[in-house]
Design a protein around this ligand. Structure first.
Ligand code: FNR
Length: 184
């Protein structure tokens, strides 16, 4: 059957290298795998007072997550952790209490940075949160894309380096196979 992936990009900026990485992954995916980018820039900051009457944009996010059968998180590292905008989206999707929209869905965490070890700490923090939210994340391969050069992936997701393309193709193949095993 079809795989519907809800994609969360942890950066809001237009030229985001993480958004470009998400588009590259999408290009490498086989037929039958659909990607929907979940909007997180227009969510309110989570407030527990919402739980009695959830705001429309928060409900919208929950419905989009619930309609997907897999998750993909593509995140930069901000000060050695997950950007606040992405954590906010996770908090919103996880509530009101007892209605965690992420529960039971298979996911993967990948990321890009301009520094050599970048995004590794953020990814580790994110995996921790996702484990608590009952999202199993693909363990290997880990994907820490180093944008030594801004032209590595363009704004349409075209990859300019063969080694990077091969590596990401291997990631996509293993991710899709792993999601299929979860859904079987
Ligand atoms: C960063 N950056 C960064 N990089 C890193 O490898 N480790 C870090 O802890 C941080 N911290 C950090 C904090 C803040 C507030 C900003 C704005 C940036 C650099 C970051 O990797 C770089 O800006 C990326 O280009 C951000 O990803 P997008 O927006 O291009 O997807």
């Amino acid at each position: 059957g079809k795989i519907k992936v809800a994609v969360f990009v942890g950066s809001l900026r237009k030229a985001s290298i993480n958004r470009r990485l998400a588009l590259a992954v999408e290009r490498l995916a086989p037929e039958g795998v659909e990607f929907e980018h979940i909007r997180i820039d227009n969510l309110p900051l989570y407030n527990q007072d919402f739980d009695g009457d959830y705001p429309a944009e928060c409900k919208r996010l929950k419905h989009q997550v619930e309609a997907a059968n897999a998750l993909l998180f593509v995140t930069p590292e901000y000060n050695r952790s997950v950007p606040g905008v992405l954590k906010n989206a996770l908090d919103i999707g996880s509530r009101p209490w007892g209605t965690n929209s992420f529960a039971g869905k298979p996911g993967a965490v990948i990321g890009a940075s301009i520094g050599a070890v970048g995004s590794a700490m953020a990814q580790q923090h994110l995996r921790n949160t996702l484990a608590y939210l009952d999202v199993s994340t693909l363990a290997q391969p880990e994907v820490f894309v180093h944008f030594k050069d801004d032209t590595l992936i363009d704004e349409k997701g075209h990859i300019s380096n063969d080694g990077t393309e091969k590596f990401l193709q291997d990631f996509v193949d293993r991710y899709v196979a792993w999601v299929r095993r979860h859904l079987a």
